[in-house]
Design a protein around this ligand. Structure first.
Ligand code: ZN
Length: 263
């Protein structure tokens, strides 16, 4: 069995065909999903989807690139309060995410400062409800690490679509974070991430699609589908020289452990 720890079933590219997409995934052994929100609306939809489908769980949160719509605590109608009000509506909310820092799209200092505040507010929410977090980090790895070090998350979380050095991966692991590998792992030129998966202990490896984005080889460039995670896990097990079935069990166990899902 395979657990997709980061997927956007709430994206319109997937949402209209969920019944058949989840059925095809199941036929490939892809049975469990964390459907992740990126703003308030998509978080609400993630909850609805999780409530409807067995073994679909969800994460709610606001991604750093959505800083314009996020109202900080000291503003009227703070976004964190709206997120908090959602938590009691579903037991299938298993994480706060995706949250973090993104300096790829945003290079101005005042926006970076706001992203940090959003990140910290949502970390505090995770801690209040004892939930792990799903981290979006792009071109901001040192600042992300510094915040996680200064604002420890009780239940830690998952480094979604990790893109960093072996050294940084090991630092996040020291803090208790899982490293999530997606379709990029299968890309020919993705040398650093291949190094990472070879250099970390198996008990910190989880997988994801980030569908509809970042489809693995041989589907690279197409819309990513839930079932395609099979290719990424297979690629990883072959390159690590591990039995595919055994490796599925290990990564499935890691996913359930970090997200507090019964196996
Ligand atoms: Zn995502």
């Amino acid at each position: 069995m395979i657990f997709d720890t980061h997927i956007h079933l709430n994206d319109k590219k997937l949402f209209d065909n969920l019944d058949s997409l989840l059925q095809s995934a199941k036929e490939k052994g892809v049975t469990h999903f964390l459907c992740v929100g990126w703003d308030l609306e998509s978080s609400k939809l993630a909850i609805k989807i999780a409530e409807k489908y067995e073994n679909v769980y969800c994460a709610i949160g606001v991604i750093p690139t959505e800083h314009k719509q996020y109202r900080l605590k000291n503003e009227s109608n703070p976004t964190i309060k709206e997120l908090e009000d959602l938590i009691s509506t579903s037991k299938k909310i298993k994480a706060i995410g995706e949250i973090g820092l993104d300096y790829y799209w945003e290079k101005e200092d005042n926006i970076k400062a706001k992203q940090k505040e959003m990140f910290i507010e949502q970390i505090e929410l995770a801690n209040k409800y004892n939930l792990p977090i799903s981290i979006h980090c792009r071109n901001a790895i040192q600042n992300t690490y510094d915040i996680l070090k200064a604002h420890a998350v009780n239940q830690t979380g998952i480094m979604h679509c990790f893109s960093g050095s072996v050294e940084m991966a090991k630092e996040f692991i020291k803090l208790g974070y899982m490293i999530a590998f997606g379709g990029v792992l299968t890309f020919k030129n993705a040398v650093e991430i291949k190094d990472v998966i070879h250099s970390i202990p198996q008990e910190f490896i989880v997988f994801e699609t980030d569908a509809p984005y970042l489809a693995p080889v041989p589907f690279r460039g197409n819309i990513n589908l839930p079932e395609y995670i099979y290719e990424t896990v297979k690629y990883a097990s072959e390159s690590l020289n591990l039995n595919f079935g055994e490796f599925q069990k290990i990564s499935f166990h890691n996913s359930c452990k970090i997200l507090h899902v019964k196996e």
